[in-house]
Design a protein around this ligand. Sequence first.
Ligand code: UDP
Ligand code: MG
Length: 330
Amino acid sequence: MNTETNAPIRSEDRATRPFRLSCVVPAYNESLLIGRFLPALAEAIAAITPDVEIIVVNDGSQDETGRIVSALTTTLPVHYIEFSRNFGKEAALQAGLDASTGDCVVLLDADFQHPIEVIPQMVERWRAGVDMVYTLKAHRGEEPRLRQLGSKLFYYLVSNRRGAVIPPDAGDFRLLDRRVVDALCALPERNRFMKGLYAWVGFRSEGIAITMHERPAGESKFNGLTLASLAMTGVTAFSVKPLRLVTLTGLVISVGSLGMAFWIIFEKLFLGQVIPGFTTLAAAVFLLSGVQLVSLGIVGEYVGRIFDEVKQRPRYLIAEERGRRPGRAP
Ligand code: UDP
Ligand code: MG
């Protein structure tokens, strides 16, 4: 956690006190856009407050992203952080939060998809006392059926009526108050599913509807497989429903087979018939082996996460850092 920051501004003072705005931008192979994106972002936020910082986390890019951003640190209020390799977007966001010194922090992508023009509105809501302003995108209709289905299943698995509620259409584009940032940075887990963690920490939150832009150049770094793997991290970190499902399946099958055993005994004793049953037997064996392997796999996913956590490795490694902003004036 950063030590330079002073105490968070109290929500009732936000409307009147001067404040620092931090923007955290994860970037992985964004050389086509980042050189245009950072000046545009800097210009937009300079109109909000004079005290700003843009933290760019280069998540192990293999292209020119690092060189372009490093060069911009001399002319723009950019704090450049370079990872030693690709650690993934969640780690990049976390590194940005760890380094941020602002009273409020906006997280946004480097590819113009998150509309920069919404930031003033987010800051307005923060100044009015909201601790977390998240954005809701209306675009599910255009996604492939399979992804929509997967997303439904995912939100069913991670939803929890009493605890943290993860809003289904909320993205990573959001504004966080200093207190929220400090709370997130204090969470010790390594396998980070940020959307779940935002919801877990709570605080006064509000959603605003936005229209996402098309990516002007380059392509998305996420495919079905990476999304599924992220979803698995989310499910194992936020829910034990899959484990309960395993237990439930086991129970249903046990009760079912007990019933069947009684029926067979009954038939033999009172009706004098023996069920000829090689096919039934084979089908039952296959079904049960399948159920057992799947169950083992589900339990294994959780054990794997525990293994990851107990190793206590750092969430990311920084190879280079440039243009760090000085801490806020008291
Ligand atoms: N990103 C990252 N590390 C990765 C993948 C992506 O830092 O391993 C960044 C990327 O540079 C972009 C943001 O995360 O700023 C969102 O990525 P992308 O546009 O590819 O995803 P999508 O918009 O399709 O969700
Ligand atoms: Mg994108």
